[in-house]
Ligand binder design. Sequence first.
Ligand SMILES: CC(C)(COP(=O)(O)OP(=O)(O)OC[C@H]1O[C@@H](n2cnc3c(N)ncnc32)[C@H](O)[C@@H]1OP(=O)(O)O)[C@@H](O)C(=O)NCCC(=O)NCCS
Length: 176
Amino acid sequence: MKIELLNGKYATVREVVKDDAEKVIEYLQSISSESEYLTFGEGELSLSKETEKSIIREHITVNNKLMIVAEYEDQIIGNLNFCGGSRLRIEHTGEFGVSVKKEFWNNGIAENLIDYLIGWAKDHGIITKINLRVREDNDRAMRLYARKGFVEEGRVTRDFYVDGKFYSSILMGLEL
Ligand SMILES: CC(C)(COP(=O)(O)OP(=O)(O)OC[C@H]1O[C@@H](n2cnc3c(N)ncnc32)[C@H](O)[C@@H]1OP(=O)(O)O)[C@@H](O)C(=O)NCCC(=O)NCCS
């Protein structure tokens, strides 16, 4: 999948491969200082290449998991992970997280990553529900999710604790 960026150049969306481990680590480290809304802060992630490789392997081999990246000039600039349930009664449903490198925000990258997820889930045959949780004050993300058809389903209080303050998360879902 190709995305035309505001600079006239293109980014691509694709599934991860094992050799991406180092690039994924670099990406996660680079975004850790860019947003209040991630579940990790600056310097908090210390993933080894082996650990990241095994996370990637799991997403490639487990049928109801998906990891995709947006790539620009050989650099990862966006990422989406979906994890379906591991037992028969919950394998049709799962939660995803998405992020984009700040310098590339407002180029439609997250929207394309979500479109890819929805297309993949529809083709999958088993997945009939996609869930997410988003910090209550993350208006940009919630607007995007609503545009993609996600609806609010609930609120988890004290889900984030950042700089001495609690924040709730909003649960959103899309039935396929
Ligand atoms: C939230 C996040 C993933 C959105 O990523 P993004 O790639 O900027 O999202 P998109 O570009 O698809 O959409 C954002 C806006 O850009 C606009 N846009 C998309 N393509 C555009 C284009 N070609 N030209 C101008 N505007 C464009 C969209 O309409 C949208 O507008 P809105 O703010 O009015 O809704 C990103 O800001 C991020 O990583 N934030 C930090 C982590 C985070 O919050 N993750 C979500 C946790 S639940």
